[in-house]
Design a protein around this ligand. Structure first.
Ligand code: PLP
Length: 428
């Protein structure tokens, strides 16, 4: 493949898929907002298709981080001095941005955490420990990321409870009927992924929440792979908890969000303890702070929250509907183009998918494929994607996964396809 391959003229498939870009959606301009995309890897233009692992950051986020440390840095909440007040205001404003982004009813329902993993651990440790007892059940699905399996497994082991797993079919689609059957009188919480990171499956979470609520069971939704790709409205979903990571939605690492319904959060005990999560401390008794601070012990990632706010404003400013439409078209294009390569088996062919395309190439280990593509500047992820039970379900040790973001193009998909074909020839 030549270095120029990444600026391919539109392929026949690309022409067939050519749809008029949504008004005001300027892909070239968007790509220009991400400085990292203009670099070369192994002398080739970078084709970044590992967005499900982490997405790249727009200049607005990078500048928010620089501005914070150049102009604002101070600890929040505790200071009367000007910098502390300004940093506190910027941190509060970021929480308001998250509230608007998720359409939460109240900013007190937005807890800043380190990421989706910490958000789920918080719910398992706080809500889980107080509501799950011996003989109870926690219901998850067969397509969860390890982050939405292990915290529940640990809780169940600790309590003598049982982890139940709703199955999926050969397309990687949840068996909704089986899911419903598994919601029983002992089910204390349901925890489901909105979008599978390994398969791209979009779960019918609204329906799953409704069926769970009919039986009085609260639902946590792991939205790590959803919020980057389409608008999420926690009130419309009526979920009880919603978790996501900042770094997958164009924000920095080390910051994420747990949304929780206020009444549930109010009733839950703290997760971690220390400074900031208290209203008063004596050696005899500690009174806890109000929401959201009750769940934000210690100095938080102040800069991270502010930069996350900048990321959400950026992506929302592009229009989530336009982002979703662009990515939907790109994923359909990639599915057809990659699926047409001889020897490729797609893993995950659900009717509703977002973000990720998983596949195996006959006779080529995914790691070898990933290494060959990397030599061409094409960045994909190979392995079990922290979803080993998904690999087991499909009888494979690993997949190659291309995952997409708002800045990806059909020409990049063409480069990927060309790279896969070249790898096939190498191993033929
Ligand atoms: C579906 C899903 N849930 C949870 C996580 C965990 O996210 P983090 O490692 O940012 O906490 C990931 C990360 O890949 C994910 O894809």
């Amino acid at each position: 493949m030549t270095a120029a391959a990444h600026q391919l003229a539109p392929s026949p498939l690309s022409r067939r898929f050519a749809a008029p870009a949504a008004a005001g959606f300027d892909l070239e301009k968007i790509r220009g907002d991400f400085p990292i995309l203009s670099q070369k890897v192994h002398g080739r233009n970078l084709v970044y298709l590992d967005n499900a692992a982490t997405s790249q950051k727009p200049r607005a986020v990078i500048e928010a981080i620089v501005r914070y440390y150049e102009q604002l840095n101070a600890n929040i909440h505790r200071g009367v001095h000007t910098l502390s007040v300004r940093a506190t205001e910027a941190h509060d404003a970021a929480r308001q941005t998250v509230k608007r982004f998720l359409n939460a009813g109240d900013a007190r329902e937005i807890i800043f955490v380190r990421g989706a993993t910490e958000a789920i651990n918080l719910v398992a440790a706080s809500y889980g420990r107080t509501h799950v007892a011996a003989g109870d059940e926690v219901l998850i699905t067969a397509m969860e990321h390890h982050s939405n399996i292990v915290p529940w497994q640990i809780l169940c082991e600790e309590k003598g409870a049982q982890l139940r797993v709703a199955p999926m079919d050969d397309n990687g689609e949840l068996r909704l009927d089986e899911f419903e059957k598994l919601i029983g009188p002992r089910t204390k919480i349901v925890a489901v992924t909105h979008v599978s990171n390994a398969l791209g499956t979009v779960n019918p979470v609204r329906e799953m929440i409704e069926r769970s609520h009919r039986r009085g069971v609260p639902v946590l939704v792991d939205g790590a792979q959803a919020v980057p790709h389409f608008a999420v409205d926690v009130q419309a979903l009526d979920c009880d908890f919603y978790a996501f990571s900042g770094h997958k939605v164009y924000g920095p690492t080390g910051i994420g969000v747990l949304y929780g319904k206020r009444a549930l959060l109010e009733a839950m005990p703290p997760y971690q303890s220390g400074g900031d999560m208290i209203s008063s401390v004596t050696f005899e008794k500690t009174a806890y702070n109000v929401l959201p601070f009750k769940f934000e012990a210690g100095t938080p990632d102040i800069c991270g929250a502010i930069a996350l706010g900048a990321a959400l404003e950026y992506i929302d400013g592009l229009g989530m509907d336009k982002v979703a439409a662009h990515e939907r078209e790109l994923l359909a294009y990639a599915t057809e183009a990659v699926g047409a390569v001889s020897g490729v088996r797609l893993i995950g062919t659900a009717s509703e998918r977002a973000g990720a395309l998983s596949f195996v190439l006959g006779g080529v280990h995914p790691h070898d494929l990933g290494t060959i593509l990397d030599r061409e500047g094409i960045t994909i992820r190979t392995g079990h994607h922290c979803a080993q039970p998904v690999m087991e379900r499909f009888g494979i040790p690993a997949t190659a996964r291309a995952s997409f973001a708002v800045y990806n193009t059909k020409e990049e998909v063409d480069a990927l396809v060309e790279g896969i074909q070249a790898a096939r020839e190498v191993f033929a």
